[in-house]
Design a protein around this ligand. Structure first.
Ligand SMILES: *Cc1c(COP(=O)(O)O)cnc(C)c1O
Length: 223
């Protein structure tokens, strides 16, 4: 884990390298509250968490203007507890989850912004819609039935490999899916392409990401 000073230096360095218009989510999962406070003190506002329980424990200990991005696999039985707490749920990976987020948002009378997670990595382990599933969704799904959820874009993870050409190909594919959906005109405010982590974010930005999710390069290794 890094010191407060290192955390703020890391944030400054990364922010300085990001082109204008690219947002930074500081991925704070498994990091202690003090590390988040240090990042907040350095001006960071968007934070990424991957477990509902951990997020709910952190929220009351931190300033109320923090913007929480949920980035982990979301189980349907945790949706109710999460709704109303996030500025963006980045990891919607099924229609069932999307519809549940919508109905629960309606029940709680809030609007929830989400991203659809697309599976582009050459790995079995990653969650998300395949390209084909998303194409079908765009062709046949009646988006008008969604009242309180807004699909703002897509989130993707590249294959976990040191092979840069594979990583670039994954990001390219996600970016092309993003553009296709965006150009289809079926979704009103579809403008976020979230991709890139500590080890691969410069490639993601080159391929068009406008939101990056960076954890260990800011905070150090997780507890
Ligand atoms: C943990 C995580 C990150 C951040 O990973 P780092 O390698 O620490 O930057 C980004 N996105 C998702 C979905 C994650 O689960």
């Amino acid at each position: 884990m890094f010191s407060d000073l290192e955390i703020s230096d890391n944030l400054r360095r990364i922010e300085g390298m990001l082109p204008p218009g690219v947002g930074l989510v500081a991925v704070s999962k498994f990091q202690p509250v003090d590390a988040l406070k240090a990042a907040y003190g350095a001006g960071q506002r968007k934070f990424g968490e991957s477990r509902v329980q951990e997020l709910l424990e952190k929220i009351p200990q931190l300033p109320s203007d923090m913007e929480w991005h949920f980035i982990g696999h979301l189980q349907t039985n945790k949706v109710r507890a999460l709704i109303g707490k996030t500025s963006l749920i980045e990891s919607v990976d099924s229609i069932r989850l999307l519809e549940l987020i919508d109905s629960e948002s309606s029940r709680q009378e809030v609007k929830t912004d989400v991203l659809l997670q697309v599976h582009v990595a050459r790995e079995e382990t990653k969650f998300g819609f395949s390209k084909e599933e998303l194409c079908d969704l765009m062709k046949s799904y009646d988006f008008a039935r969604l009242q309180n959820v807004e699909i703002r874009g897509v989130m993707a993870m590249a294959t976990n490999t040191g092979d840069i050409s594979t990583v670039r190909r994954d990001f390219e594919e996600a970016a092309s899916i993003f553009r296709e959906i965006s150009q289809s005109g079926r979704l009103r405010r579809f403008d976020l392409l979230s991709m890139g982590m500590s080890g691969d974010w410069p490639i993601a930005v080159e391929e068009g990401a406008n939101l990056v999710r960076i954890g260990s390069a800011i905070f150090g290794s997780r507890q």
